[in-house]
Design a protein around this ligand. Structure first.
Ligand SMILES: O=C(O)[C@@H](CO)OP(=O)(O)O
Ligand SMILES: [Mg+2]
Length: 444
């Protein structure tokens, strides 16, 4: 089970942008992984290395990162055992030598880290989720509640909606398979309602497969979701979640303002769209009063610790306040947020920190603090479904992977259905326990 060589190549992701595929070669076969890529990336994320050579892919190629895998990482990992995840991840971190993995590229490192885990699981003859649960020392194997992003705004869509994601959270489903069915049914009801109210061309979709109708206010989007949930008969069974991705419309220099009309650059830009932190906080409190909200993600900018703490103190006992750009899956930032009670939940993205070992460390910190932990895809994705196994192995109980459509999103949901089937079979055969997180996905 030792590594013979590691190879990478440039492939395209769901947005048609270059990304990396990594192959780990051993004497027992080849194991691969594909790397996702964000659009609304946090400034504190590990560094995604791009070429800057304008003659190829507008300068966004990843050939430098590919070369780093082939010429720098491969030789130092040669001969190491694939089941020594921590040693391999540490070795790459050491070789990189920077704080944000900018020398080798976090995209190069994370691809290797994921492919190595896949190799180890396969050679041991166990599913990847089981191997990850062993690495994390987690005995609570759980199927997650899926959070389906069915209305896209922010940086992911060409409408004026300031908030980036509006999600359906079918917490009241009895199992994962049913949760997926509920989500898909509401998705189709939503399409009909949007068509009826805004016309057929409003049913085009954004980067994560959610509809991107020409709305400008979060209230319009939330009303559509409530109507679609009720129309499908899932009132009380499906909640709604919002990822504001507020760093995208935060201007820390300009008197800490949040511009809810930030995508409108024309003269019709609304002067009423500017909010200070306090005003935006009252908007969230109003939304929580009016709609069945499960969580707010990134309600404020990535370095606005103060307003995050305020919203957590005010409504964090009722719902999850999730830090994505704020925390960047970075153990140092997570520790600070735990100490200062800045948020009460973590968004977990493996490419945001760059290795599986550090991702597991981040998830453990969240768990020990009694936080929620939502495992997440990126807006630029591939058909790799690594995160499906990750969420089951860590047992965090919640995942977001976009809308229940478009294959790069469904790859994860379909893989979760397979895992559920496999676990049910094992349960019938030998009583092995597992559960669907369901209503317990996060309780305060
Ligand atoms: O903000 C987010 O949570 C993600 C994924 O939905 O978006 P991106 O990958 O563009 O950062
Ligand atoms: Mg986010």
């Amino acid at each position: 089970m030792s590594i013979q060589s590691v190879k990478a190549r440039e492939i395209l992701d769901s947005r048609g942008n270059p990304t990396i595929e990594v192959e780990v070669w051993t004497n027992e076969g080849m194991f691969s992984a594909k790397v996702p890529s964000g659009a609304s990336t946090g400034i504190h994320e590990a560094y995604e290395l791009r070429d800057g050579d304008k003659s190829r892919y507008f300068g966004f190629g990843v050939l430098k990162a590919v070369c780093n895998v082939n010429n720098l990482i491969s030789p130092i990992l040669k001969g190491m055992r694939v089941d020594n995840q921590k040693a391999i991840d540490d070795k790459m971190i050491e070789l990189d030598g920077t704080k944000n993995k900018s020398k080798l590229g976090a995209n190069a490192i994370v691809g290797v880290s994921m492919a190595v885990a896949r190799a180890a699981a396969s050679i041991k003859g166990i599913p990847l989720y089981r191997y990850i649960s062993e690495l994390a020392g987690n005995s609570n194997i759980r199927l997650p509640v899926p959070c389906f992003n069915v209305i896209n705004g922010g940086k992911h869509a060409g409408n004026r909606l300031p908030f980036q994601e509006f999600m359906l959270v079918p917490h009241g489903a009895p199992n994962f398979k049913e949760a997926l069915r509920y989500g898909s049914e509401v998705y189709h009801s939503l399409k009909e309602i949007i068509k009826e109210r805004y016309g057929i061309d409003a049913t085009n979709v954004g980067d994560e497969g959610g509809f991107a109708p020409s709305l400008s206010s979060p209230d319009e989007a939330l009303t559509l979701l409530v109507d679609a949930i009720n129309h499908s008969g899932y009132e009380g069974v499906i909640k709604i979640a919002v990822d504001s991705a507020a760093s995208e419309f935060w201007n820390p220099k300009d008197s800490q303002s949040y511009d809810l009309d930030f995508k409108n650059t024309s003269s019709s830009h609304s002067i009423n769209s500017l909010n200070n932190g306090e005003q935006l906080l009252s908007k969230y409190v109003e939304i929580l009063k009016k709609y069945p909200i499960a969580f707010f993600e990134d309600p404020f900018g990535e370095d606005d610790w103060e307003n995050h703490s305020k919203i957590t103190a005010e409504i964090g006992m009722k719902i999850q306040i999730i830090g994505d750009d704020l925390l960047c899956t970075n153990p140092e930032r997570i520790k600070k947020a735990i100490a200062e009670k800045t948020v009460n939940s973590l968004l977990l993205k493996i490419n945001q920190i760059g290795t599986l070992t550090e991702t597991i460390e981040a998830a453990k910190l969240a768990k020990d603090a009694g936080w929620g932990c939502l495992v997440s895809h990126r807006s630029g994705e591939t058909d790799d479904h690594f995160i499906a196994d990750l969420v089951v192995g860590l047992g965090t109980g919640e995942i977001k992977s976009g809308a229940p459509c478009r294959f790069e999103r469904l790859a994860k949901y379909n893989r979760l259905m397979k895992i559920e089937e496999e676990l049910e079979k094992a349960h019938r055969a030998n009583g092995n326990l597992f559960e669907f997180a369901g209503d317990d996905f996060y309780h305060f």
